[in-house]
Design a protein around this ligand. Structure first.
Ligand SMILES: Cc1cc2nc3c(=O)[nH]c(=O)nc-3n(C[C@H](O)[C@H](O)[C@H](O)COP(=O)(O)OP(=O)(O)OC[C@H]3O[C@@H](n4cnc5c(N)ncnc54)[C@H](O)[C@@H]3O)c2cc1C
Length: 388
């Protein structure tokens, strides 16, 4: 039988996270929630991110000297514990994704310039891929970059750029050659978001947080900020997307919410119908299956295996499970959820559930929709012909 228990060494960074969590009493957690609300971001506290960066916990699995070179499984257990303890994991994943792109595709100089600043929590990254007419069909993107001497001049707009308003840099997928095939005409640039000509406007989503529309008007980007080769941006972005799909999309936070709900229901089993009790048991099994699926992806990624076929399985299962669970849980808790005080001052669990009820709606969209993920699974995992 396979043993999934973490050995003592694997648990080292999980235990570090538990120690950090001890420093956050309820008033400190409330301050963190208020910070996220004022920034309009979800699961992203700059203060907390800088704290874990100070403790050397960003980029754990990156090679030394920039990261700690620890096995993927330990980084996984750390990130899982972070979410289980109620800290938003988004800052860690999104900034590590920016750094991961540089490790995979950046020049030595780009790595030297940026990674220390990511690891110490100074620079933050976002991802500018989607446009008003290019989401699932990213290859339709129109934002244009024209080379002029040592610079690219960028014109166009991006939509849905999460965290652009609190980031320093964006990975920007642009069209450098409109004549080339849709794949070959794209390039990836690293753009300083303080550059003249950039305007960032808020777009509020149902979960209550902010994504952004970002406009680029004759923005000058040093040619040295090209990531990978000109015309090979698609190769760079597929690496980013594989990494994104291998993230947890709702599973870990849903497990934490389920545990809190079970505590709330303690002693009330006789008030739940047989059907609801059975359903709860079923959800617990599914949440465990989700964890194992995610763990499988993390272990495969750690071995350097291709995760492009199994990452989307974890993404689809976790995100759809998160939606199903919160809809059921809201029904069980009833009015309390629907009319919860949104600022959390009355009933924190009910308030969190109400927020999750809204927030979970985007989980099957962000990072690529379930339909698109299923297409990828059938093509990359089952080797079926492309459906699109
Ligand atoms: C909260 C949030 C945060 C986001 N953050 C970012 C970010 O930081 N950076 C970024 O670049 N993007 C971001 N996105 C964009 C996200 O990646 C896209 O919304 C997503 O890829 C879907 O694209 P679309 O919205 O254009 O929908 P469309 O592509 O127009 O899809 C519309 C519908 O058609 C279906 N569909 C489309 N193509 C196919 C197909 N081939 N087969 C079957 N069905 C299909 C879709 O499943 C969907 O149901 C974010 C989105 C949200 C909602």
């Amino acid at each position: 039988m396979m043993n999934f228990a973490a050995d003592m060494e694997d648990a080292e960074y999980r235990d570090r996270m538990r120690k950090i969590a001890d420093d956050y009493d309820w008033p400190a957690m409330q301050r963190m929630r208020a910070e996220m609300q004022s920034l309009g971001v979800e699961k992203y506290s700059i203060e907390f991110y800088q704290r874990i960066a100070k403790e050397g916990l960003v980029g754990l699995s990156w090679p030394q000297p920039y990261g700690k070179g620890v096995p993927f499984i330990r980084a996984f257990l750390f990130a899982e514990e972070l979410e289980t303890q109620g800290f938003g994991g988004y800052a860690l994943t999104t900034n590590q994704r920016g750094g991961g792109m540089l490790i995979r595709s950046g020049t030595d100089e780009q790595i030297r310039q940026h990674l220390p600043q990511v690891v110490n929590g100074t620079w933050r990254f976002c991802q500018g891929l989607s446009e008003p007419g290019a989401g699932s069909d990213l290859l339709s993107l129109k934002t244009r970059a024209v080379r002029e001497g040592d610079e690219y001049i960028v014109n166009g707009s991006k939509l849905w750029t999460s965290n652009a308003h609190i980031s320093d840099w964006t990975g920007l997928l642009v069209r450098t050659d409109p004549e080339a095939s849709r794949h070959r005409g794209l390039s990836m640039l690293l753009v300083d978001l303080k550059s003249p000509g950039i305007e960032i406007q808020p777009v509020w989503v149902m979960g209550g947080w902010r994504v952004n529309a970002v406009f680029y008007d004759n923005v000058r980007v040093p040619a040295a900020n090209l990531i990978g080769e000109e015309g090979k941006g698609w190769d760079v972005v597929t690496g980013n997307l594989d990494e994104e799909r291998a993230m947890s999309f709702g599973g870990t936070e849903t497990r934490a919410l389920a545990v809190r709900l079970i505590h709330r229901l303690e002693g009330m089993a006789d008030q739940l119908s047989e059907t609801d009790l059975e359903k709860l048991g079923h959800f617990i099994m599914e949440l465990e299956a989700d964890r194992l699926l995610y763990l499988r992806v993390a272990l495969a990624a750690g071995r350097g295996d291709d995760t492009s076929g199994i990452g989307p399985m974890s993404k689809v299962f976790g995100s759809e499970l998160a939606q199903r669970f919160i809809q059921w849980a809201a029904d069980v808790i009833g009015d309390e959820v629907l009319f919860a005080d949104a600022d959390g001052s009355e009933d924190v669990l009910a308030s969190d559930m109400e927020e999750q009820l809204r927030a979970a709606t985007v989980l099957t969209n962000i990072g690529g929709t379930s339909e698109v993920q299923r297409n990828i699974i059938s093509n990359r995992y089952f080797k079926l012909p492309r459906a699109y």
